[in-house]
Write a protein that binds this ligand. Structure first.
Ligand SMILES: Nc1nc2c(ncn2[C@@H]2O[C@H](COP(=O)(O)OP(=O)(O)OP(=O)(O)O)[C@@H](O)[C@H]2O)c(=O)[nH]1
Ligand SMILES: [Mg+2]
Length: 366
């Protein structure tokens, strides 16, 4: 039996099985097997040059990358044009945009790349429309900006699900679990918390599906079977998201307020066309990216306050070196810092020192 047939068989089995307490184990195991087979199928397709996972050729530029994900005609291109210097084509019909259109948004000294994409439809992840290619652009994004139409807010769930199906987890953290292979002794599990979403037996059986027969498993949070599979497959990406609720020029304030009470997620109400809340959205994008600005000061000179280096929060002196020049980190003796990350101005620190917003940095090299 080939892989597609095996997949079909399991899908049928899943379809037939009623969901209840008694079938939980069976279903969890089937899902784990299915995920493994789908992965194998993808691998064999890309080896054969099937091209199903071939993405667009986009050059990353700027300090961070944001992608616009939305159904057709929700106003993604109109929004890109408002946020950046780009001129993406706008149309009153579906699939106006057929390619990736980049733009640069400048905000608080940061240069943020925003990518406009063709519209996504339900089923995109399994190959409908340009779907898979478009969705895979989101893999390398620092932030996903869901663009939804104020009359179609439920689209966000569809988009999230399509991303989920190709391994992109929005607003989730990688599961907190450690699997340490051992040469013998079977599988021992030490859960640090009570597992409510699956039994230890299911954990073991899923591990065996993935060829792990002997290991020490430390589970530090109450994870689900899907999260366990995620950590075993290891090719998942975790990307934060933000939602822009577009076309609010067509509704009253009351309508928007009611939406925010009704929906389970927060959003920024905007009108790309009428230019409502565009600066608010820029600020939210910047905040969500969690960027900090670092000012470089040459030794014995004045800091350059005009052009900060923009990096992710949590960046170290080493990250700054790497951003400046590849060889810089090898030559570094120490750095001197003025700002919030140190106790006193001019303090000497090493490569692993974590920087904070608006720190002034001098790199002292050999
Ligand atoms: N009323 C109103 N119309 C808007 C707004 N933003 C976009 N539109 C209109 O919606 C239609 C679609 O806009 P586009 O920006 O092309 O939408 P898109 O999401 O890029 O569409 P595709 O590229 O086909 O996926 C156009 O007729 C726009 O003029 C808005 O804020 N309010
Ligand atoms: Mg468009």
């Amino acid at each position: 039996m080939g892989i597609p047939e095996k997949i079909k068989k399991i899908e049928e089995d899943l379809h037939r099985t009623q969901v209840n307490k008694k079938t939980e184990h069976h279903i969890g195991l089937l899902k784990a097997k299915l995920a493994k087979l789908r992965r194998e199928l993808e691998a064999s397709e890309s080896r054969a040059g099937g091209g199903s996972s071939v993405g667009y050729d986009i050059r990353k530029s700027g300090d961070a990358t944001v992608v616009l994900i939305g159904l057709p005609s929700v106003g993604k291109s109109t929004l890109l044009n408002k946020l950046t210097n780009a001129k993406s084509k706008i149309g009153a019909y579906h699939f106006t945009t057929l390619n990736v259109v980049p733009g640069i948004m400048e905000h608080r000294g940061a240069r943020i790349q925003i990518l406009d994409l063709p519209g996504i439809i339900e089923g995109a992840s399994s190959g409908r429309g340009l779907g898979k290619r478009v969705l895979s652009v989101a893999r390398s994004a620092d932030l996903i900006l869901f663009v939804v139409d104020v009359f179609q807010p439920e689209a966000r769930e569809i988009l999230k699900m399509e991303l989920y199906k190709i391994g992109i987890r929005t607003d989730e953290r990688p599961p907190n679990i450690a699997i340490e292979g051992t040469s013998s002794g079977g599988i021992t599990i030490s859960p640090q918390v009570k597992l409510t979403k699956m039994s230890e037996e299911l954990v073991k059986d899923i591990l065996r599906v993935y060829g792990v027969n002997s290991a020490r498993v430390i589970i530090r949070e109450d994870i689900s079977d899907e999260q366990l599979v995620d950590s075993l497959l290891g090719n998942r990406v975790y990307v934060p998201s933000l939602t822009a609720m577009n076309k609010v020029d067509l509704v009253t304030h009351g309508f928007t307020n009611e939406l925010s009470l009704k929906l389970s997620f927060g959003f920024v109400p905007v009108s790309a066309e009428a230019g409502i809340n565009i600066s608010l959205l820029k600020e939210e994008i910047y905040r969500k990216l969690d960027l900090i600005r670092i000012y470089m000061r040459p030794r014995g000179g004045e800091p350059d306050l005009k052009e900060p280096l923009v990096v992710r929060n949590g960046a170290t002196v080493l990250d700054i070196c790497n951003k400046l020049h590849r060889k810089m980190s090898e030559d570094l003796r120490y750095a001197q810092i003025w700002g919030k990350s140190v106790k006193f101005g001019g303090q000497k620190v090493g490569a692993t020192h974590k920087l904070m917003d608006e720190d002034v940095v001098t790199l002292v090299t050999k």
